[in-house]
Design a protein. Structure first.
Length: 308
């Protein structure tokens, strides 16, 4: 039996070796279970010595492999590349910064042995994260789960162990806009959730700033819900109704009380409001159009510069 470990890396030269050492502490466990291991580091267009570090590891240990992208394609693309190159009967993906502790692997594996198809992890605390980021993250999960049929679990990490069957299902979803958290929910299968406390990253800094996460959340919403599109229809109906009432009121005011409508300020306000709403709705439409445009072009999800 082969276990593939997929590790996306963006400028993580100081984490490559510590991760390897931490993972290999599971050596006795792998042996006991009769598991061979392959480690696929996916270099997502790093500008530091990440590739060189992996190469050095590869010279010492043939089980270490590298997939190096021609530029930064994003973590989602890196995960997809890892899946598509993995040969394992079981596949686990985890971050290289040791926020996903490899010491959990034996426990995760025991659930696979019990018959689960996939074992996922979730952090129960957001300790060490800026409060404003936690607030918006929670809000995102709340909105997402309200407007999408696909379940997206709050606090879910990209640390998952799964069987080949699940991996093949994920690979069959070859969309360009990849929102992995949604994809896992979409493919289904029996998933066991394991909770753990948030762990701070070993070296270096996070690669996701607030803006990147915000755009990512929009990707998630457009990829797994069409409810925003319905918003424009609902608003349209609502505004027609309000306009109808207003017209009625004005007619009555004019005919019965002989009080003509005065001034342009009210008009300007209405024009501003309505055109704002219209632009907002066109914007939503545009988001979906843009995503569709990107899908239709069928560009490759990633390009490989070097691989061994
Ligand atoms: N990562 C990547 N490509 C990117 C951004 C991040 O491969 O464009 C990798 C990164 O090297 C790390 C993992 O994805 O192994 C998670 O990133 P990070 O720890 O910065 O995110 P956080 O844990 O803060 O959410
Ligand atoms: Mg991290």
């Amino acid at each position: 039996m082969l276990l593939s470990v997929i590790v996306p890396c963006l400028n993580e030269e100081e984490n490559v070796v510590p991760f390897y050492e931490e993972l290999m502490k599971n050596g006795p466990f792998f042996e006991k279970e009769g598991l061979e291991v392959e480690i696929l580091y996916v270099n997502d267009g790093s500008s530091d010595g990440t590739s060189a570090e992996v190469k050095r590891l590869h010279e010492k240990d043939e089980r270490v492999h590298l997939i190096s992208f021609s530029r930064n394609f994003g973590k989602e693309a890196a995960i997809y590349a890892g899946f598509s190159r993995s040969k394992g009967d079981y596949v686990v993906m985890m971050d290289v910064d040791l926020q996903d502790p490899p010491s959990l692997l034996p426990e995760m594996f025991s659930y696979i042995r019990q018959g689960y198809d996939s074992v996922a992890t979730r952090r129960v605390t957001r300790k060490g994260e800026p409060p404003i980021r936690s607030f918006f993250a929670r809000l995102f999960y709340k909105i997402m789960n309200r407007i999408s049929k696909t379940e997206v679990v709050d606090g879910a990490r990209d640390y998952r162990l799964m069987t080949r069957q699940v991996v093949d299902s994920i690979l069959s979803m070859c969309e360009y806009n990849r929102f992995t958290k949604g994809i896992f929910g979409w493919v289904g299968y029996e998933t066991k959730w394991i909770d753990y406390e948030n762990i701070e990253r070993a070296h270096g800094r996070t690669k996701f700033n607030f803006w990147k996460l915000f755009l990512y959340s929009l990707d998630g919403i457009t990829a797994f819900s069409t409810v925003p599109l319905a918003i424009s229809s609902v608003m349209g109906v609502l505004f027609c109704f309000v306009a109808f009432i207003a017209i009625l009121a004005l007619v009555v005011k004019n005919l019965i009380y002989h009080d003509p409508v005065a001034g342009w300020p009210s008009l300007v306000c209405i024009i501003l409001l309505v055109s704002g709403v219209q632009l907002f709705c066109v914007g939503i439409l545009g988001q979906y159009m843009a995503k569709t445009y990107l899908e239709v072009k069928q560009r490759p999800i990633f390009l490989v510069k070097e691989e061994f």
